[in-house]
Ligand binder design. Structure first.
Ligand code: IVH
Length: 668
């Protein structure tokens, strides 16, 4: 075994670990998803060709292995205690007073942290490697879920020896924290479950807990859990005199530590912190249900001790649940972008944690059946996780309650409503339904799509109702006079809107693809597709197999793409967009390096880390051309596994060949 290959693999792993940390822990990626993907595939290819160099802590080993049959039970080295709860400032003040009395101190410093709404977990590291992950269980024993923990991308599988030095380079250490599901992942998970005809998760905590109990790590990986750490133990003790120092050390080790913790010097500081986050919690991308207060001086932890269940040196302050009861006045079907009819409850307006709520989504008919909900019933409403409030349960059935039935005709266009076999959703099948058009225009203009800020609901309604816009491409033909003729639209705002529409032409391929609103094609998938194919036409022409070569694209997304581009109306839309001046190609961010300028290359056989489309794109970026047949004009033939007649022809003509590594080196 040449030493250089071992070195190359280890260097590649180190580089990937660095980018994982930048992306998943620090939220500061330095490279694009597609570039990261390429590094991963390169490593996977090398490991596949040299299985003797594979390693369980390689970044490629996050998702692997067959589903488990069950989780072994493991005893915790130190019990995983719970926290006592307080629900008012008075109770918190009592706790502060008692803690100071017990510690014999006039004042105590505290660390205030967010109380993350997930499930707690313990990770054991041995020789710098993640050895074991165990759920809290009953606090004494938990379930060993190591394979599932490894799928969490922010969790380091390996920690370099120099990073371990500040904590005394221990052979073993333990970290503890909270596994959670972000709101974005939660919404995605529920959308997937709904599409698969499975029941929705009630909230992100249930979703995270249910996912951690999954026996198949592949399913866990797809759900994108996250983990914030808040304890570090070496030999059963915190190796720092202050908890805040331990948190800083955890971050230095490469763990994700919630950035919102704060050292405060008194009860006053705690009050400020909890008031501040009661407001800020709405802006977080994960749920919290309160704050946790810990005595900062860890030497006092032993002195203060614990009761059977919880320590005296820490306490939780729980925010009041954002729930309220109200009456369901009516239930209507609302038509969405893909024609889905979603039942929505009109409510007697009620204040829920400072927000007046008059509508709640009921998701689908299954949900209404599960709730046994009738019009007129009194319900418990909750604002949690999702922007739109949820109905938790019926608290009082109305004696004269009316059941809701899904209409058989679309409430907007009168088109047929159907339920596809195996699906929960009812859909309006009229592709020209104005409700769908309006929703799809709003999606097209959304910030993360084409970002046409001035194009809101009121305007879209008018544009569609007046027949000025029949599809997204029509937006690019609007004139100032047409716009100025609309309600509440001055010449100046008309011009602003036109400027924004014009500027949106530069949004780029990934955003445009996302903006088209193809089912299952979210922002991330659109980015992968754009990076892979670099052209909308190529995506439209790609076979299902070619589409499935793209990261995170499986048969479901591939057929949704194929269906979309098979539709005549959609192909016409692309043409209109092209004629309107939107680039349907991706232009390389950097100018081509030109290393292959003017060269003709032919690809034969399967490459291990690059797809053909990617190889072609890289070659083109470097100024080269990929042609399909070998001739005397050909400069190089790139040879993968099981090459065909092209290799024989190249040999016959004496044309130089390149293997994949040589090609990549050439492109570097
Ligand atoms: S400390 C012995 N810190 O809340 C101390 N727990 O109600 C126990 N939790 O079981 C844990 N955020 O699952 C701590 N910043 C935080 C937390 C936190 C959420 C959870 C944890 C714990 C539960 C207790």
């Amino acid at each position: 075994m040449p030493k250089s290959l071992r070195d190359e693999i280890e260097k590649l792993r180190e580089e990937i670990r660095r980018h994982e940390h930048l992306y998943y822990v620090k939220n500061e990626p330095e490279i694009s998803d597609a570039e990261f993907d390429r590094l991963m595939r390169r490593l996977a290819g090398l490991e596949r060709d040299h299985p003797e160099l594979a390693s369980p802590d390689s970044p490629t080993a996050r998702v692997g292995g067959a589903p488990a049959l069950e989780f072994p039970t493991v005893r915790h080295s130190i019990p995983m205690l719970s926290l006592d709860n307080t629900y008012s400032i008075e109770e918190l003040a009592d706790w502060d007073r008692r803690a100071r009395e017990l510690a014999g101190r006039e004042s105590l410093d505290y660390v205030a942290e967010l109380k993350l709404d997930g499930l707690s977990i313990s990770l054991l590291y041995e020789d710098g490697r993640l050895a074991r992950g165990v759920t809290r269980g009953d606090g004494i024993e938990g379930e060993e879920v190591t394979a599932n923990v490894k799928t969490i991308r922010s969790v380091p599988l390996r920690i370099a020896p120099d990073k371990l030095r500040p904590i005394g380079s221990p052979r073993r250490f333990e970290v503890r924290g909270e596994v959670l599901m972000t709101l974005a992942s939660f919404r995605q998970a529920n959308a997937d479950r709904e599409a698969a005809g499975e029941p929705r998760f009630a909230n992100p905590r249930n979703a995270a807990a249910g996912t951690m109990r999954q026996l198949d790590p592949k399913i866990v990986a797809a759900r994108r859990l996250d983990l914030f750490l808040y304890f570090l133990f070496v030999d059963g003790r915190v190796p720092f005199p202050k908890h805040s120092e331990a948190l800083a050390a955890l971050a230095h080790l490469g763990f994700k530590v919630n950035p919102h913790y704060r050292v405060v010097h008194s009860l006053e500081g705690l009050k400020d912190y909890l008031a501040e986050f009661e407001t800020r919690r709405d802006k977080l991308d994960y749920e919290i249900d309160g704050i946790v207060v810990k005595v900062n001086d860890t030497r006092l932890w032993d002195e203060l001790g614990s009761t059977a269940k919880s320590p005296r040196w820490a306490i939780a302050y729980k925010y009041p649940a954002r729930q309220a009861t109200t009456r369901v006045l009516d239930i209507r079907a609302q038509v969405g972008r893909t024609g889905t009819l979603t039942p929505v409850a009109d409510l007697e307006p009620v204040d829920v944690g400072g927000v007046t709520v008059s509508h709640a989504t009921l998701h689908n008919m299954d949900e209404i059946e599960r709730l046994k909900l009738n019009i007129g019933d009194t319900i418990l409403l909750q604002r949690a996780g999702e922007v739109i409030p949820q109905v938790v349960k019926v608290v009082r059935s109305a004696p004269d309650g009316r059941p809701f039935h899904m209409p058989s005709r679309c409430p907007v266009c009168g088109g047929d409503v159907r339920r596809a076999p195996g699906e929960v959703a009812y859909r309006c099948v009229n592709a020209a339904c104005p409700a769908q058009l309006k929703e799809s225009l709003l999606h097209f203009a959304a910030r993360r799509a084409m970002d046409i800020d001035g194009l809101g609901e009121a305007l879209v309604d008018q544009l569609v109702d007046k027949g000025l816009v029949r599809d997204a491409a029509d937006l690019y033909r609007l004139t100032r006079d047409q716009l100025a003729g609309l309600d509440r639209m001055a010449q100046k705002s008309a011009q602003n809107l036109l400027d924004q529409i014009e500027a949106s032409k530069k949004a780029g391929l990934a955003r445009l693809l996302f903006a088209l609103g193809i089912r299952y094609v979210g922002e991330r998938t659109a980015q992968f597709l754009a990076a892979h194919f670099a052209s909308l036409d190529r995506i439209a022409q790609a076979s299902l197999d070619e589409l499935c070569e793209v990261e995170e694209v499986g048969p479901k997304i591939a057929s949704s793409l194929a269906d979309f581009f098979a539709e005549k109306r959609n192909r016409a839309l692309l043409e209109k967009l092209r004629r309107a001046g939107l680039p349907l190609e991706q232009h390389a961010a950097r100018p081509p390096a030109g290393k292959l300028r003017g060269r003709r290359l032919v690809l034969t056989g399967a490459l291990s880390t690059l797809s053909r489309a990617e190889a072609a794109r890289l070659i083109e970026q470097a100024g080269g051309r990929v042609t399909s047949s070998v001739s005397a004009e050909t400069d190089f033939v790139v040879v993968g596994a099981e090459p065909g007649a092209k290799l024989r022809k190249a040999r016959a003509l004496g044309i130089p060949t390149l293997n994949e590594t040589e090609l990549l080196n050439l492109l570097k």
